[in-house]
Design a protein around this ligand. Structure first.
Ligand code: T4K
Length: 396
């Protein structure tokens, strides 16, 4: 174990020779995947609703307990299509504390994202603040299950029903998670998953829409394939949101490892919980209770006063050790373009978001990170905190 003079930020050698990333892809059985790829090549059917995509969708529907699961090229396009298929227009209420794809999927089609503050306990949209943002132009709410923690599903759904709004969940982080015994995917009008490489379950790029609404599913299926209802018949405006066969092959292979990936993430989360316990000013975002999680995001909050160091100084010290922690989701979507120009004063209505974006750090996890790595990472965090003054001096 290092002593303080050996911290890389103070001139020592990095603790890790190779960089440890947040979002390193989990890769299942290579030979099973390669077998599927060979079959795809033999069939010479590479995309456009091939048999791998069809099988992948049926397996997802069974796993999630939903009537329809529509595989897509990524979650951003899946969000755009679903928002359009739901008939959202005007204004839609979303958190600013999310990946920028959430508001972009609205703004891309001239729908105004109205940013709502978060509950600092859960990091998700605060339902107590939603109602005051509803105007005659509001057509929907998008809740984000940030870090794979179900957001305030019941409270948001109740507001949406009462105010006649569409309820969509951005479940990009929450594949494999459940709420009150029901899999995420079956709530609201629809839910959208991401299977991007950085998610614990990946299809290289990919995503899916889950819904129990037959009509909505039919519309989404048309929209993701240019609106084609037959060889020569286009009945709807559409785009290209299709998943390729190779992505579905990766998805089918990843499905065979779902429980194993979650178990490794859970083990890693537990190692962080014990390694960071009792560290002043460090709060590990809790994943507890009866809901099921995928533990893909290990997120800590650094309270500068109590920790004796700002989150950004800790981040630099970790990067110097080749621990590539990330500031998800700094600086908040309202501080990114075009929203910063459209709503220059948005921050005034988002005090909890403004505070949290200064505090959060996502730490490396997944199958590429060992328990020993995590013990080492936690020891380094402890050492950096103990030497906060020295570290801050070097960075000044
Ligand atoms: N809604 C929410 C709430 C989301 O978080 C996201 C995506 C979406 C919607 C939209 O989903 P998609 O349209 O992407 O399906 C990454 C991902 O690209 C993005 O999918 C994800 N959220 C977001 C949280 O993270 P960046 O800009 O941080 O990616 P990048 O390239 O910096 O990579 C992140 C980390 O992963 C790095 O530490 C390196 C590592 N990495 C990355 C790739 C691509 C690998 O080790 N191997 C890889 O192949 O956005």
């Amino acid at each position: 174990m290092k002593d303080s003079s050996e911290l890389a930020i103070l001139g020592g050698t990095p603790a890790f020779t190779n960089q440890l990333y947040v979002g390193r892809p989990n890769i299942g059985d290579r030979s099973a995947f390669m077998g599927r790829v060979n079959d795809i090549l033999d069939r010479r059917w590479l995309t456009n609703n091939g048999i791998c995509v069809q099988e992948f969708e049926r397996r997802l529907e069974a796993l999630l307990g939903v009537k329809h699961c529509i595989a897509m090229c990524n979650a951003t396009v899946a969000l755009e299509i679903t928002i359009r298929a739901l008939g959202m227009t005007g204004e839609v209420i979303v958190p600013s504390f999310t990946f920028v794809a959430t508001p972009h999927s609205l703004q891309w089609q001239q729908i105004t994202p109205v940013f709502c503050d978060i509950d600092p306990e859960t990091h998700s949209i605060d339902p107590r603040r939603v109602e005051s943002l509803i105007t005659p132009r509001t057509t929907g709410i998008i809740g984000v299950h940030l870090w794979g923690k179900p957001c305030a599903i019941e409270a948001l759904t109740e507001i949406a029903h009462r105010r006649n709004l569409r309820m969509l969940f951005d479940a990009a982080h929450a594949f494999g998670c459940s709420h009150n015994g029901r899999m995420i995917g079956s709530f609201g009008d629809a839910e959208v998953f991401s299977f991007h490489a950085t998610k614990f379950f990946n299809t290289f790029e990919g995503g899916a829409v889950a819904t129990n609404d037959d009509e909505l599913a039919a519309r989404i299926r048309l929209m993701k394939n240019f609106g084609f209802a037959g060889y020569d018949t286009v009945v709807y405006i559409g785009t290209n949101g299709k998943m390729s066969e190779i992505s579905a092959a990766m998805g089918l292979t990843s499905l065979e490892h779902l429980e194993e990936f979650i178990a490794i993430n859970r083990r890693n989360y537990a190692a962080y919980a014990s390694g960071l316990a009792d560290l002043p000013g460090v709060r590990l975002v809790p994943l507890e209770g009866t809901d099921r999680y995928n533990y893909q995001y290990v997120v800590i909050e650094i309270n500068e006063q109590a920790a004796g160091i700002h989150r950004d100084a800790l981040l630099q010290a970790l990067h110097a050790e080749n621990i590539m922690a990330r500031r998800y989701f700094y600086p908040g979507c309202h501080r990114m373009e075009p929203y910063r120009s459209y709503f220059p004063n948005a921050g005034l209505l988002l005090p909890e978001t403004e505070l949290l974006v200064q505090r959060v750090l996502s730490l490396p996890t997944g199958t590429a990170v060992t328990e020993e790595d995590i013990i080492n990472i936690c020891a380094i965090i402890r050492l950096v905190l103990e030497n906060g003054v020295k570290v801050a001096k070097v960075l000044a």
